[in-house]
Design a protein around this ligand. Structure first.
Ligand code: ADP
Length: 541
């Protein structure tokens, strides 16, 4: 027997309809690419997204067409997303930090037909366009006055283009299972793979993200997504914020400590989210200037393990709650958020920091398990680690074009490539990427735990641990360190600092000091490059 309730498809344009109806005057503030701070509202975003949908349809783009965006977080980028989705198209976010050849490869794989871009990326688009045969149009998100000279054909200035439409347009009649967004993984192993989000998965993911024990956000919040929209959907904030009618503050292309601080302060931001590196820059800036964060309540930190020192500084020195989160492009991207269940609610001080080192429990909508290499499920005892597998309505069921089928099993579980343990209360902790875990004498050593510990040393700016060949143990850990400016920590000083805080046999066999640690386009330590760099290294003795 079927239920007798209305069929109300979970489509993304309903989110912006809602925001414009219930929160029309709520602001979306942007640090524009041209320079000044600009302001619009959800009513304004809605009006422009209708125009974009109308224009794209008029110009022959069809539901299902992939339309790229190569842009920073701004109000214009947000309305481009809703416009593309609203005509039935698929917004395809491109990461400008990849090499041009990689971006062109991705665009060809996705057969992108048009691109919305920022002024910053015009030189890049000029390189890409000739290499992408399917590309028909370039929309530069600026006005006529700022339009650069270009040899490209079929290029328009966004604000001029919008004048050609009146916005009198019915959203496309697409089902909730239709594709609406796309993002490629950064391809640290093999070619990048396309993740294709549906309207339904985006809507459900946005609802999951807002829940009190997830991000816990509402209309009274002022949300600053520092995490780029091209990095796993700005962790869903482009949909969650309008869904709850929160004011948004968009940082544009400036993510240094001072620029972020200015927005946090002048716009009275209450909630923000980004990778640890961004927060390192902000905390350094605050330390230098003595500025405080009187308005900020919560910061979500994820994309890489959040060092204990960052959590401690935010919570103790600035009174800001840290939510450590884990996820990935394939999960839309949220997988877990470390908020406190009653079982841990009375923890304070160091005991609380211990829990916040974990990536936390999965919200409703994400199922998790850990297994051994033969797919046997492992216990949730907070110690036993294994391959982390997930499933849920906002988790990929396959990659675009059928690539990487070995990541998915017949029961719908997706192998995340991460290694983790889960405790009795459901708190998951990542111990490594499966390809980075160090296998010493048949046992596993977590490189992430060692890195977190090393960055707690007052003279260490960044740390990476890699496994290198060892005659007796198979592999042993090498700690690679970048010192803080003006500091010169010693090998024995760092090892002495770590001693006693991890099992003896986990201790790095040696420490190497470098000026810089290589990073991927999403800001993660590039362990492959580091392993190559130290390929000829031999442990002492
Ligand atoms: P990529 O395309 O580089 O994989 P993602 O942003 O999708 O980009 O990265 C997902 C991966 O990032 C996860 O599988 C995990 O290894 C790592 N990651 C994300 N958040 C955390 C975290 N809080 N702690 C440790 N690792 C994390």
């Amino acid at each position: 027997m079927l239920g007798l309730m209305q069929e109300w498809p979970l489509v993304c344009h309903k989110i912006i309809d809602f925001a414009a109806r219930q929160h029309p005057h709520r602001e979306v503030v942007s640090r524009s690419i041209e320079g000044p701070i600009t302001r619009t509202t959800y009513a304004g975003i809605h009006a422009n997204s209708k125009k974009i949908a109308q224009l794209l349809t008029r110009e022959g783009y069809k539901p299902g067409d992939r339309i790229a965006t190569l842009a920073w977080n701004t109000g214009r980028h947000l309305e481009a997303w809703f416009g593309i989705m609203g005509m039935g198209g698929v917004y395809h976010t491109l990461n400008p930090r990849l090499f041009p050849e990689q971006i062109a490869w991705i665009m060809n794989h996705a057969t992108d037909r048009a691109i919305f871009t920022d002024l910053t990326f015009m030189p890049l688009v000029e390189k890409l366009a000739p290499a992408v045969e399917s590309l028909r149009k370039v929309i530069v998100m600026t006005d006529a006055a700022h339009m650069p000279e270009t040899a490209l054909t079929n290029v328009v200035a966004y604000e001029e283009w919008l004048k050609e439409a009146d916005g009198d347009f019915e959203w496309a009649d697409v089902g909730e299972d239709a594709a609406c967004g796309m993002c490629y993984t950064s391809g640290t192993t093999g070619d990048p793979k396309g993740v294709l989000y549906s309207h339904r998965s985006n809507v459900l993911h946005a609802m999951m993200a807002c829940m009190p024990d997830a991000m816990g956000i509402g209309a009274k919040d002022v949300i600053l997504p520092v995490v780029p929209m091209f990095h796993a959907n700005a962790w869903g904030l482009g949909q969650s914020s309008p869904m709850i009618g929160a004011k948004m503050v968009m940082p544009g292309g400036k993510m240094d400590g001072q620029s972020i601080y200015e927005l946090l302060d002048t716009e009275k931001v209450t909630f923000t989210a980004a990778v640890p590196t961004v927060w390192l820059m902000l905390l350094q800036y605050l330390e230098l200037t003595g500025n405080k964060l009187p308005y900020l309540n919560k910061v979500v930190i994820g994309g890489a393990a959040c060092p204990r020192a960052i959590t401690e500084k935010f919570e103790k020195d600035y009174g800001v709650e840290v939510i450590h989160a884990w996820g990935m492009t394939e999960m839309s991207p949220l997988g877990s958020l470390c908020t406190m269940k009653p079982e841990y609610a009375d923890r304070t001080g160091d005991a609380l920091l211990d829990i916040k080192q974990k990536q936390g429990p999965a919200p409703f909508g994400v199922e998790m398990k850990i297994t051994d290499d033969d797919d046997n499920e492992l216990p949730w005892d907070g110690k036993t680690f294994g391959r982390l597998k997930v499933r849920g309505p906002a988790v990929a069921s396959s990659y675009y074009g059928g690539d990487g089928a070995d990541h998915f099993d017949s029961h719908g579980w997706f192998d995340t490539g991460d290694v983790a343990h889960i405790d009795e209360f459901g708190y998951m902790q990542i111990t490594d990427r499966s390809k980075d875990v160090i296998k010493s004498g048949g046992e596993w050593i977590s490189s992430i735990d060692l890195e977190n510990l090393a960055v707690g040393h007052p003279d260490v700016a960044e740390a990476a641990v890699i496994g290198l060949p060892h005659d007796k143990w198979g592999e042993r850990p090498l700690l690679v360190i970048v010192a803080k400016e003006g500091c010169s920590p010693s090998r024995d000083g760092v090892l002495g600092f770590m001693d006693g805080k991890v099992a003896k046999w986990w201790m790095p066999d040696d420490v190497a000091f470098v000026d810089e640690i290589p990073h991927t386009a999403t800001g993660k330590i590039k362990k492959t490059a580091l392993r190559e760099q130290f390929a000829h290294y031999r442990f002492p003795g």
